[in-house]
Design a binder for this molecule. Structure first.
Ligand code: SAM
Length: 213
């Protein structure tokens, strides 16, 4: 029996070197694929298959996002937008962590990890405002699901604590992800960016702060 038989379209494409190469080269704009990505995401949530992000190719990326988050907010407040079941939170050092996702099922899976420093909440990540200014807002593989990713990133940048940062991690090998990152860098100050490679896949991890006028 094919162990990948029930996989979503994105999961299948990511496994194929040829598809990954093609998707990187073709100028496919986000507005053409967003509804497909959102449907795929709903399916991943229903099947609880974001679990697959816990291992394999993704390990290096999660380590990179945790490491950069700890550098900016190791003792501070981390707001994790689109946290799913809180995979990033596991093993992350922080003063306070709040994970937000608009999928109730994922938040239910995450809640057993709540303690006095750790909370999970079901809410829309585009417009969410926490009860404290975050030292780091993390958006790990989520911005392209949002109806207006640039506005959502700008929104979170407005509510940062002094010296706070927005950390965006996104699959690097699509035309639209490169375009999104350029559009964000035109509005916010890019502090640092790295490319994390794992097998035939690669992710950008970029850190932004509000632009100085
Ligand atoms: C690929 S998963 C991200 C995994 C997660 N960030 C991590 O580090 O493990 C995308 C997540 O974004 C969430 N999401 C999509 N649109 C959202 C929105 N408008 N507000 C909050 N979460 C959203 C989905 O429910 C899903 O859990």
């Amino acid at each position: 029996m094919d162990q990948h038989a029930g996989d979503t379209l994105v999961a299948r494409l990511m496994r194929s070197r040829m598809a990954v190469g093609l998707l990187s080269a073709l100028p496919i704009p986000l507005f053409l694929v967003r509804s497909l990505l959102v449907r795929d995401n709903a399916r991943e949530n229903r099947k609880d298959s974001w679990q697959r992000l816990r291992g394999g190719y993704e390990t290096a990326r999660y380590e990179a996002v945790r490491s950069v988050t700890e550098r900016y907010a190791g003792d501070g407040f981390v707001l994790d937008i689109g946290c799913s079941q809180g995979i990033l939170q596991e093993g992350l050092r922080y003063g306070r962590y709040l994970g937000v996702d608009n999928c109730e099922q994922s938040i239910t899976l995450a809640r057993p990890k709540c303690d006095q420093w750790t909370q999970f909440m079901c809410a829309d990540g585009s417009t969410f405002v926490a009860n404290q200014h975050p030292d780091a807002v993390v958006m790990n593989e989520v911005i392209y699901y949002l109806p207006d990713p640039i506005a959502a990133v700008a929104h979170h940048a407005r509510y940062l604590a002094p010296g706070g940062v927005v950390i965006i991690s996104i699959y690097a090998r699509t035309w639209f992800s490169r375009r999104l990152l350029r559009a964000i860098a035109a509005r916010l100050e890019l502090v640092e960016s790295s490319l994390i490679r794992s097998g035939h896949l690669a992710w950008t991890v970029a850190v932004y702060r509000p632009a100085r006028n």
